[in-house]
Design a protein around this ligand. Sequence first.
Ligand code: 6PG
Length: 264
Amino acid sequence: MRINHPEILVLEDSAALSRKAAEILVRCITEVLGKRPHFSIALSGGSTPKTMFSLLVADDSFKNKIPWEKIHFFWGDERHVAPQDDQSNYRMANEIMLAKAYVRTENIHRMQTEKSDAGKVADDYEQELRKFFLLSAGQLPVFDFNLLGIGPDGHTASLFPGTKALHENRRLVVANWVEKFQTNRITMTAPVLSSADTIVFLVSGQGKAEILQQILEGNHQPDLLPAQLIRPTHGRLIWLVDQAAASRLKLSVQGKVQSSAFKG
Ligand code: 6PG
């Protein structure tokens, strides 16, 4: 399958951004389930996807178009906290979306972060991916959809600048020590996060403008800007950004700009 250039869609504001993300996801779900019995999605954590998640269950134009029983939910990364902790990415998605859509437990593939050994959590989740995607040795899972965010430091999932996991190309999931948080995060590795038919980065707010400009238009330096490690092996890479986050883009990058509102 041909590798497409990243697409950059600039939306008016965070509300328009969340709605566009929901539209793109529902369109992908409809297309994929026209061909296959299941749809697999890897969710990001953080605050940016919250509005999108709630739209998917609160807005009938989305909710009724999603055969929730056919969707399998995974996480690109997770904090090493119990599932009921308010820092848990699983808890966030479950409270805002999965529980409201009555998603069956067997379709929710969360990381077992209640286990004290972060390395074991990562090993077990790697086995979960190998089992669900029927992987043989050396094979990568291929998600139908991967949702990602970026931090103001250029991290994505839990691939933080200067951390060990950035260079992991053999494992699917690792425990990644993050010095500044004095904790381990459990994260899919860059090859896995890049292995999806549709990858969507959701980026909102002035606070992300500088780093977004560096990631999209700056030099390729993934050790400092780990989001640059996400390179689709095939399929689409879409950057959904709102006007505030796009405010520093010179748009010299190869790509497509959607919103005429962006006067740049
Ligand atoms: C996490 C995420 C992380 C997130 C960014 C952006 O576990 O925190 O997966 O990679 O996407 O930190 O977070 P915000 O959306 O809160 O800015």
